[in-house]
Design a protein around this ligand. Structure first.
Ligand SMILES: *[C@@H]1O[C@H](CO)[C@@H](O)[C@H](O)[C@H]1NC(C)=O
Ligand SMILES: *[C@@H]1O[C@H](CO)[C@@H](O)[C@H](O)[C@H]1NC(C)=O
Ligand SMILES: *[C@@H]1O[C@H](CO)[C@@H](O)[C@H](O)[C@H]1NC(C)=O
Length: 304
């Protein structure tokens, strides 16, 4: 039994009818949110944000069963995880985007999938691309490295910007069709940390059929989760000017542009859409988790 102490960011969904087995085919896995399960739950999951903001507290006043393990959940990078020093010595497992977390939770992953007979790579490239590059940004900050790259890049190629930062929010229905009109999508992370690759690549770029131009951890870390020929890394170029010229040339060379879609002939992809699915996926991993573990310096671990 897995007890979620509260929904991350308040994003709740129904747990009626045992979703772990009914929706995801995961047996022997019961996900609950009712606190009365506390004495019996094998694992309890706590999402970091609400703890550091003081909106939720750890149940330190309840007698914690000896075998019960607590899971710290966050998909944010260290600067957005706040001061976690008060959480020292409480948690047994981490659940994050870091590959070395106990419960590895990447923002997306590849799924082997053979394209139907007769499919060609062009079938994966949306028709009617009219513009070069776009970026969707809600947290626009002059201190971010990505902002500096954007400012240089827009002097070389046209970059359309959407999102809260420029008061051009895209509704979820409009997002994919909008991104599809572009050759490239700027999947720029807000901060650069090991393995920190967010849904921007999967949901915005791949789902929208635009080639992601990524700014984030080094190329090898992207290649650990997605094909090496599926994206363009800002660090592949010695300057932003060079990157801009490359993008311009690539968009004009249909054949070469298409090579960025070759991987889709034998792979598909999935990305995080629902907390409950990620939580259910903990169950099959429980038996292989380290038996005895405590994070005595969770804050330090996060910043490693
Ligand atoms: C798809 O094909 C490429 C190249 O032939 C190969 O490297 C890759 O492992 C294949 N992926 C899957 C999921 O089969
Ligand atoms: C694909 O379809 C063609 C013609 O319909 C057929 O000859 C060929 O054997 C098929 N290939 C595979 C791998 O099924
Ligand atoms: C889990 O962490 C607590 C400390 O918060 C510790 O007392 C307990 O032994 C740990 N359990 C396991 C199974 O590691």
């Amino acid at each position: 039994t897995l007890l979620l102490w509260y929904w991350p960011f308040g994003e709740s969904s129904s747990l009626d009818g045992n979703p772990c087995s009914a929706l995801y085919g995961i047996p022997n896995c019961v996900l609950v949110t009712d606190h009365s399960w506390f004495p019996k739950a094998d694992l309890i999951v706590f999402h970091n944000r609400e703890l550091i903001e003081g909106k939720q507290r750890l149940p330190l006043d309840l007698p914690r069963p000896e075998k019960q393990r607590w899971v710290w959940l966050s998909l944010e990078s260290p600067p957005y995880n706040g001061n976690m020093r008060p959480l020292a010595g409480r948690f047994n497992y981490t659940m994050s985007y870091r590959r070395d977390s106990d419960i590895y939770t990447p923002s997306g992953h590849l799924v082997p999938s053979q394209a139907p007979n007769g499919t060609t790579v062009d079938d994966f490239i949306p028709k009617g691309k009219t513009s070069l590059a776009c970026w969707i940004v809600s947290n626009y900050n002059d201190g971010h490295e990505r902002t500096a790259v954007y400012k240089k890049l827009k002097n070389i190629i046209p970059v359309d910007v959407y999102g809260g930062a420029v008061n051009k929010r895209l509704s979820s229905e409009n997002l994919i069709p909008t991104v599809s009109r572009y050759y490239f999508y700027l999947s720029f992370e807000n901060s650069i940390f090991r393995d920190y690759i967010t849904k921007k690549v999967w949901r915005n770029a791949f789902a929208g059929g635009a080639v992601p131009v990524v700014l984030g951890p080094p190329r090898e870390q992207y290649e650990a989760v997605m094909p090496k020929d599926s994206f363009i890394h800002v660090n592949d170029f010695s300057s932003v000017e060079e990157l801009g010229h490359f993008l311009k040339t690539l968009a004009e060379d249909k054949k070469r542009y298409a090579t960025y879609f070759n991987w889709r002939l034998n792979s598909s992809f999935r990305f995080i859409t629902d907390w409950k699915e990620e939580l259910c996926k903990i169950c099959p991993q429980v038996s292989s988790l380290q038996r005895q573990k405590v994070y005595d310096d969770l804050h330090g671990w996060d910043w490693q």
